[in-house]
Write a protein that binds this ligand. Structure first.
Ligand code: LAC
Ligand code: ZN
Length: 458
């Protein structure tokens, strides 16, 4: 459905001719994210240059009851960035400037369209980095990370996006711009709107500026270990964490994930359950922690344990780990991917890994399990031929079984990928009557329901 000419004209007035696209090929590019949901064609793609323009677009959309789906890189996995029907996409891609780096405060003020890896390349010159470490960091934007409360490879030591954002400028549905939070490291001033808006998937407001918290780039020591079974690897995770060491990263890959990485990147990692870890700190600390990590893994039955011998090997190990999701796609063209992203309290992690594999066996499905083990976060993925409705429903049953397990031990249905469209049915199960509080907040902040409607809540 095309836009009424008056609305089209009004949008052009706000963002200029080149800020509004309605060509089919462009609409198609913005009709999906990286989930397997059916694409939804937006009525227009709007690309503002400033916070004021974002606010004006929202005021206009509110007046015309036009759904708005904010978009970073569109790398979300749960349908978070699939356009809402009959709506527009508000792409923040042009707002991609690093506005200020404040090295002495360990902070940077950035626009939402800045790409994660690009920000870190710039910060590296000053010995700093923005830590969460999404696997899709080569494309993921800071705004998208804020929208989804993204975690990643380094969240274990440094926290997820929510732990690393101090202040947000936000455009609200009624077209006002507000600032939430402060640049102080602690504050007990009023409600914590920063934490509320982070992870709200563009349903409460749109971040137009972000003050992120930075860390000094530490010395790093990377190691990997193989185990007999994914459960044995998962148990070693618990043992490593019990020593009191907080690794910079502690990742699990099952043989299926390793096979995908090997095939697509042309590597020859042993196709066995694998822990990939990194120790961060001073040269003395990482030496000692690395040795302790080796000892614990060996005691936990590791078949092999090796340190990366140089920077190139380190880079390759992490590039391999980051490629798992894309490797699976490359290996299975024409497939639908049914994914889960549970997290459980650490003592239940090995059990969660076991549950995932036994559910897969019961459903006669090939499963890939990997994830941020030190966080108790397990990703699973099943590739199903898109036309195979029966296999698809078995894959959904697997996800349901695993999420039920995660919730039964006090975990969550989605650790870092958000609710989007895919995990809506678990919201009530996880939060019970608290969903009514979420709904009340949504209604208060977006009374006309224009902000990414149909996501998170119905
Ligand atoms: C990863 C993404 C899928 O960890 O979260 O690779
Ligand atoms: Zn992940």
């Amino acid at each position: 459905m095309s836009l009424p000419p008056s609305v089209h004209r009004a949008l052009v007035k706000i963002v200029g001719e080149r800020g509004v696209s309605v060509e089919r090929s462009v609409l198609r590019d913005y009709s999906h994210d990286e989930s397997s949901f059916e694409p939804v064609m937006p009525r227009a793609v709007v690309k503002p240059d400033t916070a004021e323009q974002v606010a004006e677009v929202l005021a206009l959309a509110d007046r015309y009851r036009l759904p708005v789906t904010a978009r970073g890189a569109g790398s979300s996995l749960e349908g978070n960035a699939v356009p809402s029907p009959n709506g527009i996409v508000l792409s923040l891609e042009r707002m991609n400037r690093v506005l200020e780096v404040l090295p002495e405060d360990f902070q940077a003020r950035v626009q939402p369209g800045v790409v994660y890896d690009e920000l870190n390349r710039l910060l590296a010159r000053q010995g700093l980095f923005f830590a969460p470490g999404p696997a899709s960091g080569d494309v993921a934007t800071i705004g998208g990370m804020v929208g989804n409360n993204s975690g990643g490879l380094n969240a274990l030591r440094y926290g997820v996006t929510r732990d690393n954002v101090l202040r947000l400028q936000l455009a609200l549905a009624n077209g006002t711009l507000i600032s939430a939070g402060t640049r102080a490291l602690k504050s007990s001033s009023g409600y914590d709107l920063v934490r509320l808006f982070i992870g709200s998937e563009g349903t409460l407001g749109i971040a137009t500026e972000v003050v992120v918290r930075l860390h000094g780039v530490p010395e790093r020591r990377t190691a990997w270990a193989n185990f007999q079974s994914p459960e044995a690897a998962a148990s070693a995770v618990f043992e490593i964490m019990r020593t009191g060491i907080v690794p910079g990263a502690l990742e699990l890959l099952d043989p299926e994930s390793v096979r995908a990485v090997n095939a697509v990147l042309g590597l020859a990692w042993p196709e066995l359950p694998m822990l990939l870890m990194e120790f961060h700190g001073t040269p003395a600390a990482i030496r000692e922690e690395g040795e302790e990590g080796r000892r614990v893994c060996q005691e936990a039955g590791a078949l092999a344990f090796r340190f990366a011998s140089d920077g190139a090997e380190r880079e390759q190990l992490w590039a391999g780990r980051k490629a798992v999701n894309r490797a699976e796609r490359t290996l299975h063209p024409g497939c639908t991917f049914v994914k889960s992203d549970v997290a459980v309290p650490l003592s239940h992690y090995a059990q969660a890994v076991h549950q995932a594999h036994s559910l897969a066996e019961r459903q006669a499905l090939k499963l890939m399990t990997y994830g941020h083990a030190g966080d108790g976060n397990l990703h699973t993925s099943t590739a199903v031929p898109s036309a195979d409705a029966e296999a698809l429903s078995r894959a959904e049953a697997l996800v349901e079984g695993l999420i039920s397990f995660a919730l039964s031990v006090g975990g969550t249905a989605t650790a870092e990928h958000g609710i989007g469209l895919a995990k809506k049915r678990f919201l009530q199960l996880e939060h019970g009557p608290a969903v009514e509080v979420m709904q009340a907040l949504k209604t208060a902040l977006d009374p006309n329901g224009i902000l990414n409607p149909g996501k998170i809540l119905s």
